[in-house]
Design a protein around this ligand. Structure first.
Ligand code: ATP
Length: 135
């Protein structure tokens, strides 16, 4: 599994998968971020994921599944997702920061779009309303 973008969301995915024994290739464009995580993830690299040659050199095309965990930089998120589609990754996941962002990602060919704040808000609402029945 390839995890691109090691903010809070991407780091959490990469570390949890690594803990479960999944082979993870983690990529971030910030050397400091990569350095800070290098002891915890076996395959980790500093690279600009909007550069298809960089992705090819890292062997991203050999992975079945990838997740784009870049959020606030829309351009980087969209470009990276489109390159993963171009590399014919079978199962692409991507984080979106808004419904519109999510729609663009889906149209590009991303298979699963996740809206962390929105999705977690819904889950909390379910949990809270479940509790309210108890009182
Ligand atoms: P979170 O909420 O998960 O902390 P965020 O939405 O604030 O994340 P961003 O800051 O946009 O996320 O990006 C997450 C990570 O993606 C950052 O560590 C950033 O360095 C990395 N990133 C941004 N652009 C690229 C790129 N072109 N290639 C690789 N990594 C990138």
């Amino acid at each position: 599994m390839v995890v691109i973008g090691l903010g809070r969301f991407g780091t959490s995915i990469a570390l949890e998968l690594a803990r479960r024994g999944t082979e993870v290739l983690a990529i971030d464009s910030r050397a400091k971020t990569v350095q800070a995580l290098s002891g915890q993830i076996t395959h980790i690299a500093t690279a600009d994921a909007t550069d298809i040659e960089a992705l090819r050199q890292l062997g991203v095309q050999d992975f079945y599944r990838a997740v784009v965990a870049i959020g606030s930089d829309l351009e980087a998120s969209i470009l990276t997702a489109s390159l993963l589609v171009e590399l014919e990754i079978d199962d692409i996941w991507a984080k979106a920061v808004s419904q519109q962002h999510g729609r663009i990602l889906s149209r590009l060919g991303v298979h699963h779009v996740v809206l962390p704040e929105h999705d977690m808000g819904e889950r909390v609402a379910h949990l809270v309303s479940g509790r309210m029945l108890d009182y």
